[in-house]
Design a protein around this ligand. Structure first.
Ligand SMILES: *Cc1c(COP(=O)(O)O)cnc(C)c1O
Length: 445
């Protein structure tokens, strides 16, 4: 069956999960390590646009996009064509052995779309965590300073170094140490939970004072920050926070590393979340939406910093795989041609209206936040700011049972987040939001 002709509508033909999903889940329990968990056991057979079809033939609305990866939709015809063509030509040489144009072209595209018009260089990797690790390697090498400053609620990955950079113990780190040294954590600007009226500049000063007193500028090589935090709860810092940090970095020879693995590539209504306040990072890490579902990640940065690393100091067997590269080139072209940044802004306006309506009608929604097609609700016990993780869990499960894929997140697990494909139709978005609204009413009434 041609995936491209899947109707963009939700359609349930069994209870969820259906019998074939249940069968697969039984096989899974006997074969797959349970440390790798899934939000809900609906096994996918196909996808197109913002619809996933499960093995029982149910059509689900995808409001998670595989964690902000499928921004141009599932099975986009341009990706299918580019990948099929490349696989038939060659699928691997290792760029460090026998180079190819596709890798070069992705680095050219990254130089063009990432913030700032300075001279840039890029290196390609396989995952977001690997990109963040390499950004730290490069920053340490370029500055000769080992200290890495990260933020409360940060998520940067699951490898040993990135576990150290990630804030939350459960489930990411528990009993998996010892962790890498020379990692220092400072408070994030979190307007909903910071002292009332704290400005972005004041929140930056709070962080900077700690860095200067506890780490010392001369020991600090880089500061790694998500301009809008993802797994930590879609935390949008107060205006002025990022520019003040970037300014302090510039004045002190500390590299400002923006981890835009989740926020990048049109998700927030700009090409990158840093663009919103005109912040130009020294290094930027990208992955997720970059390659339309193929595993690809990058570090892009100021040429002088990137070029400080000796020949052979960066690389890997699969980094910049040619199939992933052509998928990235096709994705970036679709984002440019169809102006998916504008689509993200339209989605954001629609989602915000629905979520604000729910917040006005119900007790227990502490905060609505996000930017563009990256929006979330923070659930709290009515009349308090005490996190209510149980409400978030019930809502995500209820949405799944009704055929809408949503995700939770947050340091306290009390946040429901929406990351729809940017190509979602108005009708599908409206239906998905109606299901979400029902689930929220049921959970909070
Ligand atoms: C997902 C994510 C990562 C890790 O990416 P992987 O591809 O899962 O290794 C790193 N940083 C941020 C901000 C992320 O959202």
């Amino acid at each position: 069956m041609d995936t491209a002709i899947i109707d963009q509508e939700r359609r349930l033909v069994t209870e969820l999960p259906g019998p074939l999903s249940n069968e697969l889940d039984a096989r899974r329990r006997a074969a797959v390590a349970s440390g790798v968990s899934s939000v809900y056991p609906l096994y996918v057979a196909r996808g197109a646009g913002a619809i996933l079809v499960d093995v029982d033939g149910n059509q689900l609305i995808d409001l998670g996009a595989g964690i902000a990866v499928a921004s141009i939709g599932h099975a986009h015809p341009d990706i299918v064509a580019a990948v099929q063509r490349q696989v038939a030509e060659f699928s691997h040489t290792c760029f460090m052995v026998s180079p190819y144009e596709q890798y070069v072209a992705v680095c050219e595209a990254l130089a063009a779309v990432t913030p700032g018009d300075h001279d840039k260089r890029s290196a390609l990797f396989n995952s977001g965590a690997e990109a963040v690790e390499n950004a730290v390697k490069i920053a340490r090498h370029a500055t000769g300073r080992a200290g890495v400053v990260v933020f409360d609620h940060a998520y940067h990955g699951r490898t040993n170094l990135t576990m150290a950079l990630t804030a939350k113990n459960m489930p990411y780190k528990d009993r998996m140490g010892p962790f890498a040294s020379e990692v220092y954590r400072v408070p994030m600007s979190y307007p909903y939970r910071d002292p009332e009226g704290m400005t972005g500049e004041e929140a930056a000063e709070r962080a900077i004072e700690l860095i200067e007193r506890q780490v010392g500028v001369a020991n600090t090589g880089c500061l790694v920050i998500e301009p809008i935090q993802g797994e930590g709860g879609f935390i949008v810092p107060a205006p002025g926070f990022l520019p003040a940090l970037a300014e302090w970095c510039r004045a002190n020879g500390v590299l400002f590393v923006a981890d835009e693995v989740q926020t990048g590539f049109c998700r927030t209504g700009d090409w990158f979340a840093c663009d919103d306040e005109g912040v130009v990072p020294d290094l930027i890490t990208t992955a997720k939406a970059m390659a339309g579902g193929m595993p690809l990640a990058a570090v892009t940065g100021r040429a002088d910093i990137m070029e400080s690393v000796h020949s052979g100091g960066l690389g890997g067997t699969y980094g910049g795989n040619p199939v992933a590269c052509v998928s990235a080139l096709a994705s970036i072209e679709v984002m440019q041609r169809d102006d998916l940044a504008a689509a993200a802004r339209r989605i954001g306006a629609t989602v915000t209206e629905t979520l604000r309506g729910l917040q006005a009608d119900l007790q227990g929604i502490g905060d609505i936040r996000g930017r563009g097609a990256m929006m979330a609700m923070e659930f709290v016990r009515p009349g308090t700011s005490e996190p209510d993780a149980d409400a978030a869990k019930r809502i995500v499960a209820a949405c799944h049972r009704a055929g809408v894929v949503t995700l939770s997140c947050g340091s306290y697990g009390n946040i429901v987040r929406l990351l729809p494909p940017l190509v979602i139709t108005d009708g599908l978005l409206a239906d998905g939001l109606a299901v979400l609204a029902d689930a929220v009413h049921t959970a909070l009434d």
